[in-house]
Ligand binder design. Structure first.
Ligand code: ADE
Length: 235
């Protein structure tokens, strides 16, 4: 099974890249900024950098996902990264979830139901996610994506009205591109900050990034072992 991990920040991916001894394939996505690390059938693709910082957000994630699909033809895309979550839902710093649904929480388009439905997204997630979560004993949750690290009251309203639990900046954009190409996508998300903790999000995120990224490494090792031990499935 050819697996392509799409990861926004190097800090989120490097424990995992180092664990597997993956090597960078220089200029694979040139002239795009995306960067490829590879070991056999296992691939990690980073968005790359701009303004001396890792590219985050929906635009970079969409470009990376389309380039990955066109140039690598993966059987499965896995978006691994950090997220915000709610302690009122039982979330804790460093807890790792598999995303079993995804949508946007900051696209407010008035009009008929069709525009509203399109704006929320609610794209399909890989049908094997549930079985994998059961096999590994990982909790599942709905990923909601927006373009900002902070959360405005109108974001919270949409998240809560739609059963959102994990807040990120890339998931639904990646799933949107995957939906156009019928590419299976799954999410592995580790909590860096609690949106209802009362602590500033950036401060909490920065403090917990290393811990959450190590939790991602441990979860992803189990996920890969499980995936490669089962027959190839592409739905
Ligand atoms: N990534 C990590 N924490 C996040 C949050 N609170 N919102 C969006 N993306 C995040």
């Amino acid at each position: 099974m050819k697996i392509a991990y799409i990861v926004a920040k190097l800090a989120e991916a490097s424990p995992f890249i180092e664990h597997y001894g993956m090597e960078e394939v220089e200029n694979f996505f040139s002239p795009l900024p995306c960067r490829l690390y590879k070991k056999g059938e296992l691939h990690v693709i980073l968005n790359g950098m701009q303004h001396e910082s890792d590219l985050v957000g929906c635009e970079a994630a969409s470009v990376t996902t389309l380039a990955t699909i066109e140039r690598l033809h993966p059987d499965l895309i896995i978006n691994s990264g950090t997220c915000g979550a709610f302690k009122s839902d039982g979330a804790e710093i460093g807890k790792v979830y598999l995303g079993n649904a995804c949508m946007f929480h900051d696209r407010r388009v008035p009009g008929d139901d069709a525009w509203g439905t399109q704006s929320l997204g609610n794209y399909p997630v890989w049908s094997g996610t549930d079985a994998l979560a059961q096999q590994l004993g990982l909790p599942q949750a709905k990923v909601t994506t927006g373009s900002s690290l902070d959360m405005q009251p109108c974001d919270l309203e949409i998240i809560k009205a739609n059963g959102g639990q994990l807040k990120d900046m890339e998931g639904a954009a990646i799933a949107f591109v995957c939906s156009l190409t019928d590419t299976p996508v799954m999410f592995v998300k580790s909590v860096t900050d609690l949106c209802d903790s009362g602590v500033g999000t950036f401060e909490e995120f920065t403090r917990n990034l290393a811990k959450a990224s190590e939790a991602l490494r441990l979860a992803n090792i189990k996920i890969i072992e499980q995936l490669i031990s089962q027959p190839n499935t592409k739905d």
